[in-house]
Each structure stands twice: as structure tokens, then as C-alpha cells.
Write a protein that binds this ligand. Structure first.
Ligand code: HEC
Length: 250
């Protein structure tokens, strides 16, 4: 009798998850910044910045970044000056009391696409694109999630009713997202000549966003490694000392 009850319980356990609207598991990618000694692939991060700048920045701000921060992924001072100068920044007031536009400088924060959330919603059927500065930290799965999301657009399964202006996305919670598919492949022409496939663009922009969410990761890992080596050496020294000191007692 007990065996039967157990069998029924196990059967129910096995059946329930399959019947529920389960989430599709995220494919795990391999990243240059994985592991205790991982670093940011500078070339990938620069390509990712290009994708952000040419595609994502039409809708998404990155309020925590300044142009001069791009030094961290290997851009030179002159390149950063040129990247900033291509943007128009609102400054002021001037001595007439008016705000004015001027070309960006390296010390400026990334120029947002919309003046305020209301303007963003008005332009995007009521949807609000989140700021991407910390999105990698803010979502479970981090870079794997963003990488998957950008490639996760599909036709909705038969019978699924989609709300107006919503897209089916395999990895978005609830599968209905207000962001139109931003990438299709060949959306940019990479400065370094890498072929801009959808997979490449998604992987590179996820690398860039990961750097943006933790620009000091490499120092953190390096410090961690130094501390571990120190502890290891110190353990040896103390063990040797202990043996010496207690040798006479044996
Ligand atoms: C046409 C405007 C537009 C463009 C271009 C765009 N997005 Fe979005 N994005 C949105 C909107 C709107 C949302 C909010 C979607 C929602 O909540 O349903 C969003 C949401 C997101 C999210 C958050 C999803 C979540 O889990 O909440 C990420 C990550 C994202 N976009 C990344 C990107 C990246 C990377 C690019 C460039 C390759 C990009 N977006 C380009 C409009 C855009």
C-alpha cells in the first residue's frame, strides 16, 4: 500500500512540471570573463559597444556610463573624443538663461535617447525600455539571459493569444515582450571586420553590457588571486614554524 502511494506521488511529481507552462532553459554560453581568472575580451566588448551605439541606444539609456569610461575596453583618448563628439549634449543655461546643444565631451554621461520616461513610452506604444547600465546584474542568468533574449524571438505557439504590439520571446518571462526584435544579423558593420551574424552581435553586446555592469571585475579577481596565494604561502610558513617550535617536545 505504501509502495503504491509512493508510486502515485512520484508519478504526480514527474507529470506536473511537464504540464505547467515551464520556462525554456537558457543555453549556457562560454564567456571570456568566466572563472576566477576570466578577463573581458576587449575586441568583443568594443564590437558590443558598436552594437549598443548603433542599435540599442535608439531606445535604451546607459545612465551610469561616461564616454571616458570606454578607456576600460581599450579605446584611445582620440577615439573616445570622436565617439563623444558625435553626440549632441544639452548644456546650459547660457548667459541668456537658455539651454543649448553642444557636441559631447569625454566627461559627459552617455546621452539618453529620450528626455524622460514619458517621452519613451509615447514613442514605444507605452512600453518603457529599461536603462542597460546594470541590466546584467538585474536579471537572473546575466549575460546568458541577454544573449538568449536577443536571439529568442519566435512565432508564438499555435493557440497562444498575443496582446497588441507584443512579440513572442522564448526567454522572456511570460513570453510576451514589448521590444521588437532589435537584431537580425548584419545590423552593423564591425570596425574590425568580424562578420556581424546574429550570434556574434548578441554575444558581443552581452560582453559589453557585462563590462558596463562591473568594470572593475578584473581587479577584483586579481586581488582575490593574490589573497589566495598569500594565504597559501602563509599556511606553509606557519606550518613549518609550528613543526620547528614543537620539535623539542616530541
Ligand atoms: C525600438 C526600441 C528598442 C530597441 C532598438 C532595443 N530595445 Fe531592448 N527593450 C525595448 C523595450 C520597449 C523593452 C521593454 C520590454 C518589456 O518590458 O516588455 C526592452 C527591454 C529590454 C531588455 C530587458 C528585458 C527584461 O528582462 O526585462 C533588455 C535586456 C534589452 N531590451 C536589451 C536590448 C539590447 C541589447 C538592444 C540592442 C541590441 C535593445 N534592447 C534594443 C525597446 C528596444
Amino acid at each position: 500500500m505504501r509502495a503504491l502511494a509512493l508510486a502515485v506521488a512520484l508519478f504526480a511529481l514527474a507529470v506536473v512540471p511537464a504540464g505547467a507552462q515551464e520556462e525554456t532553459p537558457l543555453p549556457k554560453q562560454s564567456w571570456s570573463f568566466d572563472g576566477p581568472f576570466g578577463t573581458y575580451d576587449r575586441a568583443a566588448a568594443q564590437r558590443g559597444f558598436q552594437v549598443y551605439e548603433e542599435v540599442c541606444s535608439h531606445c535604451h539609456s546607459m545612465n551610469l556610463l561616461h564616454y571616458r569610461d570606454l578607456e576600460g575596453i581599450g579605446y584611445s583618448e582620440d577615439e573616445i573624443k570622436a565617439i563623444a563628439a558625435a553626440q549632441q549634449v544639452t548644456d546650459g543655461p547660457n548667459d541668456q538663461g537658455e539651454m543649448y546643444q553642444r557636441p559631447g565631451r569625454p566627461s559627459d554621461a552617455f546621452v539618453p535617447p529620450f528626455a524622460n520616461p514619458e517621452a519613451a513610452r509615447a514613442a514605444l506604444n507605452g512600453a518603457l525600455p529599461p536603462d542597460l547600465s546594470l541590466i546584467i546584474k538585474a536579471r537572473e542568468g546575466g549575460p546568458d539571459y541577454v544573449d538568449g533574449l536577443l536571439q529568442g524571438y519566435k512565432n508564438p505557439p499555435a493557440g497562444m493569444k498575443m496582446a497588441d504590439n507584443m512579440q513572442y520571446n522564448e526567454y522572456f518571462t511570460g513570453h510576451q515582450i514589448a521590444m521588437p526584435p532589435p537584431l537580425a544579423g548584419d545590423d552593423v558593420k564591425f570596425a574590425d571586420g568580424t562578420k556581424a551574424t546574429l550570434t556574434q552581435e548578441a554575444h558581443d553586446v552581452a560582453t559589453f553590457l557585462t563590462w558596463a555592469s562591473e568594470p572593475t571585475m578584473e581587479e577584483r579577481k586579481f586581488t582575490g588571486a593574490k589573497v589566495l596565494i598569500f594565504l597559501l604561502v602563509m599556511t606553509g610558513v606557519l606550518y613549518g614554524a609550528k613543526r620547528q617550535i614543537w620539535a623539542a617536545v616530541h
